[in-house]
Write a protein that binds this ligand. Structure first.
Ligand SMILES: CC(C)(COP(=O)(O)OP(=O)(O)OC[C@H]1O[C@@H](n2cnc3c(N)ncnc32)[C@H](O)[C@@H]1OP(=O)(O)O)[C@@H](O)C(=O)NCCC(=O)NCCS
Length: 154
């Protein structure tokens, strides 16, 4: 089933669908304008979406490329489409795209209580490397995770 889902770069016309995913996943979702700003081209962002065969956006993931590091902004899969491998494919797409641009180190923040996301990141090689105290608006700390890869042998 997951094979029928296409992972591709996000386009401006995807914003409504991405925002629906966002609202279905987070109690404090980003605004629609925040996604417009991310796609404005003013910042070094890369966003991917997961698209179902009927055209519905069922997941998205974003990253900022800052120097030689990738800073993950978010990954989210609509509840109707979870545990089908879509989150894994989104993260893999971001990692592959980064590597093609010479980016081998990636970092992100995740709630300690978010077992699903932590398991997904761990499976793909991220490791916990610190804590940001009271990072989230409700006061929960954030775990900092890093994926650090060695440079390819030339
Ligand atoms: C985290 C999230 C993106 C995972 O998406 P997904 O498409 O369901 O994940 P996948 O199907 O690709 O799962 C890949 C692996 O991650 C782990 N995983 C995913 N969901 C899990 C869960 N609920 N519990 C435990 N492990 C889980 C498993 O190891 C899984 O492999 P498996 O299915 O072979 O066991 C999704 O749960 C989500 O959108 N959550 C809400 C938004 C969110 O919290 N985002 C992260 C913010 S930091």
């Amino acid at each position: 089933m997951s094979e029928e889902i296409r992972i591709r770069r996000m386009r401006p016309e995807d914003i409504d669908g991405v925002w629906e995913v966002e609202k279905s996943c987070f109690p404090d979702p980003w605004s629609r304008e925040a996604f417009e700003a991310e796609l404005s081209g003013l910042n070094p962002t890369v966003y991917f979406v997961a698209e179902a065969p009927d055209g519905r956006v069922c997941g998205y993931m974003g990253v900022w490329h800052i120097l030689d590091e990738g800073h993950v902004t978010n990954v989210a899969v609509h509840p109707d489409y979870r545990r089908m491998g879509i989150g894994r494919r989104l993260v893999e797409s971001v990692l592959l795209d980064g590597r093609q641009k010479g980016i081998y180190n990636f970092t992100l923040e995740v709630r300690p209580s978010n077992e699903a996301a932590r398991a997904l990141y761990r499976e793909l090689g991220f490791r916990e490397a610190g804590l940001r105290k009271r990072y989230y608006s409700d006061g929960e700390d954030a775990l900092i995770m890093w994926l650090t890869e060695s440079l390819p042998v030339l």
